[in-house]
Design a protein around this ligand. Structure first.
Ligand SMILES: NC(=O)c1ccc[n+]([C@@H]2O[C@H](COP(=O)([O-])OP(=O)(O)OC[C@H]3O[C@@H](n4cnc5c(N)ncnc54)[C@H](OP(=O)(O)O)[C@@H]3O)[C@@H](O)[C@H]2O)c1
Length: 308
């Protein structure tokens, strides 16, 4: 029994040490030094090259190092085995920080003051109170619901759009497509925390922006393919949207020629909104290794038909 570790971004040695502290003797093989592919039972992965996971004939489960598994299930060679996505307190905490910071930056007009400073303008203006600002979260799952709680604690009016109805203190729930219109109409700061699926691809487009109130801001921390970049630029340039904070892009790294880099109303961050650390995330991964080897259902198992 061996675990394949494959990620261009995560620290292989730290992961091995954290997992072996929980499962003594666990055989962890770091890609591409895999040895015999038939030894591999489990894979812990992020950004696996397409086709790679089809090479292991005895693979019985895939554990994702990320919360989003859209890249994994887009691979036509991915074997039909259970997939678990990453759920980890550090991932949730860092996403909550980012969403709160970005929402506060738009709320307190720091984006406008940054532009005004570059023009040496004393742009005196008070924002409304947080209680008068409406923050709408698309996606109220692990990450969206934690961000919603922090926004409520800060005093914002908080709305959430999800597939199923939610009961969360201080959050008004708008379930399903039929509620999207009402949700968008009441949202001053829109946060996208949806999984990327066939239902949600391109959801941040001209039609969605047109439903938002004049001056609304958009924060995309989900996937770049949720956003139609040209529609965003047009909505910002027309003055309908007040600003945007973008952490994820259709092409990453964002190409140097992309107009979003220079747009005065856009803040670009390099897909760093949240991250998990092995010291906390290894508990859940170790639990899933034991479950997979015992033939039990995984924690946070993905519904492949639903796409998340
Ligand atoms: N930028 C970064 O650094 C970063 C880091 C981590 C994650 N992410 C992104 O964040 C996403 C969310 O992560 P998560 O752990 O919170 O996911 P999750 O727990 O699976 O939650 C997904 C939420 O989206 C809702 N949803 C899904 N499809 C929908 C649809 N068609 N219409 C309305 N609502 C829909 C779900 O509704 P139900 O609750 O009704 O099912 C759920 O509330 C990930 O998929 C990933 O793309 C980005």
């Amino acid at each position: 029994m061996a675990l394949l570790f494959l990620s261009p971004d995560d620290p292989a040695d730290t992961w091995r040490a954290e997992l072996q502290a929980r499962i003594p003797g666990l055989d962890v093989r770091t890609w591409p030094q895999v040895g015999d592919p038939a030894d591999i039972d489990l894979a812990l992965v992020w950004r696996a090259p397409p086709g790679e996971l089809g090479r292991y004939p005895n693979l019985c489960a895939v554990l994702s190092l990320a919360a989003g598994i859209d890249g994994l299930i887009a691979d036509p060679d991915l074997p039909d085995v259970p997939i678990a996505r990453m759920v980890d307190p550090s991932l949730t905490r860092t996403m909550t920080e980012y969403v709160l910071l970005a929402a506060l930056r738009h709320h307190r007009k720091f984006d406008r003051f940054e532009r005004a400073q570059r023009a040496r303008e004393w742009a005196y203006a008070f924002p409304p109170q947080a209680a008068d600002r409406r923050v709408g979260l698309m996606g109220l799952g692990e990450l969206g619901s934690a961000a919603a709680r922090a926004l409520v604690a800060h005093g914002f009016q908080v709305l959430g759009w999800s597939r199923s109805p939610k009961v969360l203190d201080g959050v008004v729930s708008y379930p399903g497509r039929s509620e999207l219109h009402a949700f968008l109409h009441r949202t001053d700061i829109l946060v996208c925390l949806l999984p990327l699926t066939s239902d949600t691809v391109g959801i941040l487009d001209a039609a969605t922006f047109a439903e938002l109130p004049h001056g609304a801001c958009v924060i995309n921390v989900a996937r770049g393919q949720h956003l139609v970049e040209n529609d965003l630029v047009e909505a910002l340039d027309s003055g309908h949207l007040g600003g945007a904070t973008l952490d994820v892009f259709r092409e990453e790294p964002l190409p140097r020629g992309n107009p979003l880099w220079d747009h005065p109303k856009v803040l670009v961050t390099p897909h760093v909104a949240s991250y998990s650390v092995p010291a906390t995330a290894a508990d859940g991964v170790a639990a899933n290794i034991r479950r997979a080897l015992a033939g039990e259902p995984l924690l946070h198992q993905v519904d492949r038909a639903r796409g998340y």
